[in-house]
Design a protein around this ligand. Structure first.
Ligand SMILES: Cc1cc2nc3c(=O)[nH]c(=O)nc-3n(C[C@H](O)[C@H](O)[C@H](O)COP(=O)(O)OP(=O)(O)OC[C@H]3O[C@@H](n4cnc5c(N)ncnc54)[C@H](O)[C@@H]3O)c2cc1C
Length: 496
């Protein structure tokens, strides 16, 4: 008799939820995704206001091949679903002393731009540091980013053994800022490299120096943007999942993962309906999962040692003017980075002089703003919610941001805002069930963070797997896609 395909329930249609559903459907499994929202994508969604369209969450897109890989796995042409382009001049950086530079993917041109601001020695060190980032990335990605860290097999694979041998020299034991401070006398360059810690919600003054590999993603592989905006990533994966036969149930919040004799056996929805399945894959935030979905299983002890990743306050501003000096990504540094991180991770939760990130999607997707306007996504990092008064904080941050940007751009920004909305830690939590509104689950401030993250396969309950930004290998679009791949490979190995 023909063996029945296994029934899999995926909880959550975030990026990793969509990607794992596709991969499991391609393995021949019957997959249904239960999503509490009315729409797919989780953090990667869209917001429309008047004539403006905003990408609500992620704005920086790197390593597009990881996405393309999903279409190829399905035997399809990615370009039929998803178009993107490389952005040669993606970032504008502005420092508190008024100096600024634009990045460029052409190294000669970028070198020239840096040389106008920094000494020859500092510029040489800048590119040496990038070369080291490349070495670090290439040496560690097979171990830390592309495989389960919780399978013995990983440590004996041919691709990984060389990485393990290099670990002592890769910067697992030093700190990110300490290394950058030792390399650069110019504080602006220290700030530039420290900033990459925020790409996974961490503190460069605490995070391991190994995170100095992150700039390689931008400088080595390049910065990209979907032709129709970031939301196209969600749309393309959703379309692909449906094509692969994945079923979706929206507006269906999961209340519990049902367990029996040490196994996950299905789910209970908020309306008490119970649905059984052979396997459950949880894409919801891992701390939420332990608190609400499997409260009978204690969270791993290591979680106590991990800080939450930072959260953010985001203002979506429809601005009725164009700013030709700005680019797709713009960063306006604080005068005092140390105090800003201190405030976020150990203090009141926000800085009075925050580093401000402004993403302007309409620089690429012209139709996302009126002819004389721009869609500003204005973000400052703050602590994850811990009971702070966010309404008050938001007002204070808004005043500071408007004051600072008006001074820098020599324009009264407040009077240009014709559409407005915001996101803050409580709203992020409410919309995506991410505890405290953390953007990336746990921070990577601890040197052992990579090993202490939740494994993709539960070691407490059979038939239960995890994927997404709060589990191995971590947050952000590329790692979420890797997470889905690792999880699907474990399922292929253990559950056929
Ligand atoms: C403001 C912001 C900016 C960011 N910027 C970037 C960036 O520039 N580049 C980058 O790479 N990354 C960025 N990130 C991080 C990136 O968005 C995330 O790492 C990634 O999208 C997380 O995907 P995920 O698969 O973990 O799921 P999530 O997006 O967290 O989605 C989880 C899904 O599960 C659903 N769910 C939860 N609980 C239940 C339940 N009980 N029942 C049913 N459904 C449930 C949720 O509704 C949600 O749809 C940003 C994030 C935010 C919020």
């Amino acid at each position: 008799m023909e063996k029945q395909a296994k029934q899999v329930i995926v909880i959550g249609s975030g990026l990793a939820g969509l990607a794992v559903a596709i991969r499991l459907a391609l393995q021949g499994k019957r997959v249904t995704v239960y999503e509490k929202n009315a729409y797919p994508g989780g953090k990667l969604t869209q917001r429309k206001m008047g004539a403006y369209t905003f990408d609500a969450g992620p704005s920086l897109f790197t390593l597009p091949h990881l996405l393309i890989d999903l279409f190829h796995a399905a035997g399809l042409r990615a370009a039929d679903y998803f178009e993107f382009e490389e952005i040669p001049e993606a970032f504008y950086y502005h420092f508190s002393d008024g100096s600024s530079f634009y990045t460029h993917k052409d190294e000669m041109l970028f070198r020239k731009r840096l040389s106008a601001l920094f000494s020859e020695k500092e510029v040489a060190t800048f590119f040496k540091h990038l070369s080291r980032a490349k070495l670090r990335y290439e040496a560690t990605a097979p171990l830390f980013l592309e495989r389960s860290l919780h399978e013995w097999r990983t440590y004996f694979s041919k691709a990984v053994l060389p990485a393990i041998a290099k670990v002592p020299r890769l910067g697992l034991f030093g700190r990110m800022h300490t290394e950058n401070e030792a390399l650069f006398q110019d504080k602006r360059l220290q700030q530039y490299f420290d900033r990459f810690a925020t790409y996974n919600g961490s503190d460069p003054y605490e995070a391991p120096a190994l995170l100095n590999l992150i700039p390689h993603l931008e400088h080595g592989y390049g910065t990209f943007y979907p032709k129709k905006g970031m939301h196209q990533i969600t749309e393309a994966l959703f379309a692909l999942a449906q094509k692969c036969g994945v079923q979706f149930e929206f507006n269906k919040a999961v209340k519990r993962i049902l367990t029996q004799d040490g196994k996950a056996v299905g789910i209970r929805l908020m309306d008490e309906q119970e649905i059984s399945s052979d396997l459950v894959v949880c894409n919801a935030d891992i701390r939420f999962a332990y608190e609400h979905l499997i409260p009978e299983i204690p969270a791993p002890k290591a979680f106590d040692r991990l800080a939450s990743s930072s959260s953010a306050i985001i203002f979506y501003w429809g601005v009725k003017r164009k700013f030709p000096a700005l680019r797709l990504h713009n960063l306006f540094f604080t005068a005092d980075y140390k105090s800003e991180f201190e405030a976020i991770f150990n203090g009141k939760g926000y800085s009075d002089d925050p580093t401000i990130y402004i993403n302007i999607g309409s620089k690429q997707v012209i139709s996302d703003a009126p002819a004389v306007g721009e869609n500003w996504f204005v973000m400052v990092n703050v602590a994850a919610d811990n009971g702070q008064n966010w309404e008050e904080i938001r007002k204070s941050v808004r005043t500071n941001v408007i004051e600072k940007m008006s001074a820098i751009l020599q324009q009264d920004i407040a009077s240009l805002i014709e559409e407005e909305d915001f996101l803050d830690p409580p709203r992020i939590e409410q919309r995506t069930a991410s505890i405290g509104g953390g953007l990336y689950g746990h921070a990577s401030n601890e040197r052992m963070a990579a090993f202490w993250r939740q494994a993709n396969k539960s070691n407490r309950l059979k038939n239960l797997y995890f994927c997404g930004g709060s589990v191995h290998p971590g947050g952000g679009i590329p790692l979420c896609l890797n997470s889905a791949k690792i999880t699907s490979e474990l399922i292929a190995k253990y559950e056929n």
